[in-house]
Design a protein around this ligand. Structure first.
Ligand code: HAM
Length: 413
């Protein structure tokens, strides 16, 4: 026997049993997002490597250590997307979507990072991203944070997460802060090409010099300060709880002004469920016309896990409405034909039938396990009289001798 093959470490199968949670959550997210007028965009999973180096930044963990990069048959360097913002912005520029217009966009799909796998951290993971392009000023930061807050609330998770907020100021702020940080870390004997990464670090050995490091807010200019204060004031008005985290710097280089993360204590080490911020420089940096922008992405594995932990008793909608039970070989011969006819007559009915052999007992067992409310029962005697038996599996009641019209009526009511 040949060796069975397994999935790549850190890349997960999502099995049917699990997928109902995903569909439920994705459905709610889509609904909330559409209430804010965001439209879906799809872009490729593979992009030129240079796109990610230029947008995420050459001296970041993602670009230095985590990208799945390879040469294709034309010797072009390609990369599996580690995140969605870069591809989304590339697509907007390429298709002139930002020419005298604003865009509110969202996307959902797999992202790839060669990180050390652990619970909540995978090499293929799903992000649902939201990006608003062409809006300057704090209004859109506020809208997008309110959208995220509404998502958690609609999912019933608002008590499990907290919004952490900071401002990175402008590139000038960051430059001056960077110099001050370099001097601080050098004094402490810690040298790093990108000192912000030390601030981002959770390494306990670095916590003390991190605590003592000069804070970014010392270097904000007036515009950055007002921008940040406006966002904070609006969150208070909207009664969205938050904490200011002066060490929140994010692991990607494209951010300006507001940055935020929604974190939870419930998931252990990988507690950031949603993260984002403003990235006013990125469109121009990638060759487009200067366009302000703000967005975030949700890590869906983490959100699903959080939902499952909190909602162990949530009854997800059933996948099936009715099962067609075929009592004998005469009924089995016409089973598929009858099922097709019922599907034509009842377009909203989710109907499952036994194909091939199957005892009556096992058919009933499967029907009750499927969560279906109805069993439509067909045997030789029903066929002879051109009628159906309908059983309500939840209430354990049975109606015999239903004509086709009566069956349709019963199932529609
Ligand atoms: P990010 O912080 O790199 O930001 O990722 C966003 C979220 O994706 C994280 O908070 C986490 O929930 C999830 N995530 C990241 N890496 C993994 C992993 N290895 N396994 C499981 N989940 C993971 C971005 O990607 C930005 N593009 C967000 C953004 C959009 N900023 C502006 N617009």
């Amino acid at each position: 026997m040949s060796k069975t093959l397994q999935a790549i470490r850190g890349m997960n199968d999502i099995l049917p049993e699990e997928i109902s949670y995903w569909q439920h959550i994705e459905g709610i997210i889509r609904q909330v997002i559409s209430r804010y007028g965001y439209q879906e965009i799809r872009f490729p999973i593979v992009e030129p490597t240079e796109l990610f180096v230029r947008s995420i930044g050459a001296v970041t963990d993602i670009v230095e250590k985590e990208m799945y990069t390879f040469l294709d048959r034309n010797q072009d360097s390609l990369t599996l997307r580690p995140e969605g913002t870069a591809g989304c912005v590339r697509a907007c520029i390429e298709h002139s979507l930002l020419h005298h217009q604003t865009q509110r966009l969202w996307y959902l799909g797999p992202m790839f990072r060669h990180e050390r796998p652990q619970k909540g951290r995978y090499r293929q993971f799903y992000q649902l991203g939201v990006e608003a392009l062409g809006f300057s000023g704090p209004d859109l930061d506020i809208e997008i944070i309110a959208l995220a807050a509404r998502l958690f609330k609609t999912l019933g998770l608002e008590k499990q997460v907290i919004l952490e907020l900071n401002s990175l100021g402008t590139p000038a702020t960051r430059l001056r802060h960077r110099e001050a940080l370099m001097a601080h870390f050098e004094k402490a004997g810690e040298v790093h090409k990108n000192p912000l990464r030390i601030l981002d670090s959770k390494d306990p050995a670095l916590q003390k010099i991190k605590e003592e490091a000069p804070r970014l807010s010392l270097y904000w200019d007036e515009t950055s300060r007002i921008h940040f204060e406006t966002v904070c004031a609006a969150l208070e008005t909207l009664q969205i709880p938050y904490v200011v985290n002066p060490w929140l710097v994010r692991g990607l280089d494209y951010y300006y002004h507001t940055v935020f993360e929604w974190t939870t204590q419930t998931l252990g080490a990988q507690g950031t469920v949603l993260a984002g911020g403003r990235y006013d420089g990125l469109v121009e940096h990638l060759g487009g016309r200067s366009t302000p922008a703000v967005g975030f992405a949700i890590g869906l594995e983490r959100l699903v896990e959080l939902f499952k932990l909190q909602k162990t008793n949530t009854k997800l909608p059933d996948e099936v409405d009715a099962c067609l039970i075929l009592l004998d070989t005469t009924a089995q011969k016409v089973g598929i034909r009858v099922a097709e006819k019922l599907r034509t007559l009842l377009p909203n009915l989710r109907l499952v039938t036994q194909c091939g052999e199957g005892g009556v007992k096992s058919q009933f067992k499967q029907a009750s396990q499927s969560g279906a409310a109805w069993a439509i029962i067909l045997g030789e005697s029903e066929l002879a009289q051109n009628v159906f038996t309908l059983k309500n599996l939840k209430q354990k009641t049975e109606q015999r001798g239903l004509t086709e019209a009566a069956l349709i009526h019963a199932l529609n009511s």
